[in-house]
Design a protein around this ligand. Structure first.
Ligand code: ADP
Length: 503
């Protein structure tokens, strides 16, 4: 028996504010109003800490989706948002950020109940992150513009030439279940700043915070129809959004498999597409590190959010001279990361989001064992209701194993040894993904060499998963298309128009 099985998995009571959200009548937020679905189908909402059904949301039909698109289209075409002075849009967005902040406690709890992540983590990471995305992007409302560009072949005095930046139009924003509120705000922020209108579709597993966000969107004064929130299954409402001829852009965060499908499905109507997809990010530990710092860092890189993070450091490469110490250091974090119910104040890691995810992660662990990997930590699940998996580390792995090649999206790290820089660069890049990497060394030269040779959208040094809204984020290879955050993030919601005037 694992010592973690002695922990208590008793659920904590929900607050009155959370109960209110859980008992709200299932509805969609379309054109500034809460409306029932066309067919009355609902989806159960579970608390992953107990596996119990705690609420229900609407399963939006194709007709519901069309209604939301029509509202967003009308709101875009009459310029009720893009036509406002930028200072007004900025002010409203800042008000929205303030409102989210004022409800931080409630959002953190809802996220914990819905997703299973510890409330303390949601309060420290997800909610402040969501606020920052809206606040940072609000500043762009007035600061994006074209240029007066001198012509090259045309006579300068006879022509006046300039560019303008215009909003892309109606945007479908499809978000995943791992950081529901954060991802929603990461997408809504730049679209609003650019003057676009939006249909936001949260994941069917975790829609509660997006619905609560819709209340605050109305309260902040964003005009009706500018942001519509529809809940439902990806293959129904998500699919319709991606194929709808009145949608100009799709912004998607989720699995590589669905990202590829969306990219194909968006082709017939040639939409703008940004995709933020999966990863299998390497964590490279060089021989000069202080293991006492690097090992907990590597553990946090994989166990934060139960490993349900696109940038999770799921492949550990430690130099042969420190490998055993690093593995031991990570194994020593087992009790810190032991999964607990999301509302337990002592929790650092919660359950996985769903039974499906639990089965998938346990399936990978079993496949790893079958393939010959040894378990250096965890490898099992506590016997409790809810979707808890113990933090797991597999050693004696090789690059052919599915646990090394595929994204597990759970608290499972595979640890491998390396001898020199060329070898570790080759292995770090030996993947279909290219989202992120972290490098642990005190040597600046090694650090720069690795940062330049690893093919990934983000490279961290001596830290992992430090995300800042000012820095563009996205993937190389099959980890995505385009960038979010920073100036690149707002550009993804803008068209550039050239104006050539004969004088
Ligand atoms: P996961 O596999 O981790 O559950 P997905 O990539 O399936 O994540 O889901 C991410 C988001 O994409 C969710 O909001 C989901 O509803 C949506 N989605 C799933 N399938 C489709 C689809 N065929 N078209 C559009 N959106 C989809």
């Amino acid at each position: 028996m694992n010592e973690m099985t002695t922990l208590s998995y008793q659920q904590h009571a929900y607050s009155a504010a959370a109960q209110k959200s859980l008992s709200r009548k299932p509805a969609l937020f379309i054109n500034g109003e809460w409306v029932a679905s066309s067919h009355g189908e609902l989806i159960d909402v579970e608390d992953p800490s107990s596996g119990k059904v705690v609420s229900q949301i609407v399963d939006a039909s194709v007709a519901d989706t069309d209604r939301a698109v029509a509202a967003a289209r009308a709101a875009f075409d009459d310029g009720r948002w893009s036509g406002l002075p930028p200072i007004a849009r900025e002010k409203i967005m800042l008000r929205l950020a303030d409102l989210i902040e004022a409800h931080a406690e409630e959002f953190a709890e809802l996220e914990a109940i819905d997703n299973g992540k510890p409330k303390t983590m949601a309060g420290a990471i997800d909610v402040p992150g969501a606020v920052s995305h809206i606040r940072y992007m609000a500043g762009f409302a007035a600061k994006v513009g074209g240029e007066t560009t001198p012509p090259y072949t045309l006579p300068a005095g006879a022509f006046f030439t300039y560019t303008v930046k215009e909003p892309v139009g109606v945007c479908a924003q499809i978000v995943p279940w791992n950081f529901p509120l954060l991802m929603a705000c990461l997408k809504v922020g730049p679209a609003l700043a650019a003057g676009c209108t939006i249909i936001l579709k949260p994941a069917e597993q975790t829609s509660l915070t997006a619905l609560r966000l819709a209340d605050l969107i109305a309260e902040a004064g964003i005009p009706a129809g500018v942001v519509n929130v529809i809940t439902g299954y990806g293959h129904v409402s998500g699919d319709r959004l991606v194929k709808h001829p009145d949608v100009d852009k799709v912004a998607f965060t989720g699995s590589t498999e669905i990202g590829k499908l969306i990219n194909k499905n968006a082709t017939d109507t040639l939409k703008h597409v940004t995709l933020e997809l999966g990863g299998k990010s390497p964590v490279v530990v060089m021989p000069d590190v202080d293991v006492a710092e690097a090992a907990p860092g590597a553990a946090g890189a994989i166990f934060f959010n139960s490993g349900q993070v696109c940038v999770a450091g799921s492949r550990l490469y430690a130099h042969r001279s420190v490998f055993d110490q690093v593995v031991e250091g990570i194994a020593n974090t087992a009790s810190f990361w032991a999964p607990r119910p999301s509302l337990d104040p002592a929790a650092h890691m919660g359950p996985l989001v769903s039974q499906e995810q639990f089965d998938r992660v346990m399936g990978y662990i079993e496949a790893g064992k079958r393939d010959g990997a040894s378990v250096a930590m965890g490898g099992d699940a506590p016997s409790a209701d809810g979707y808890y998996v113990n933090p797991t580390m597999l050693v004696n792995v090789n690059p052919q194993m599915s646990v090394v090649r595929e994204e597990i999206f759970g608290p499972v790290v595979v640890a491998q040894r390396f001898d020199d820089l060329d070898e570790v660069v080759k292995e770090a890049n030996n993947t279909q993904f290219g989202l992120a990497a972290s490098v642990w060394t005190k040597d600046a030269s090694t650090l720069h060499k690795l940062a330049s040779r690893i093919k990934a959208g983000t490279v961290w040094a001596n830290c992992h998963a430090m995300i800042d809204v000012a820095l563009p984020f996205g993937g190389y290879k099959e980890s995505g298309v385009g960038r979010e955050q920073g100036r690149a993030g707002i550009e993804a919601y803008l068209e550039t128009k050239s104006v050539i005037m004969k004088l």
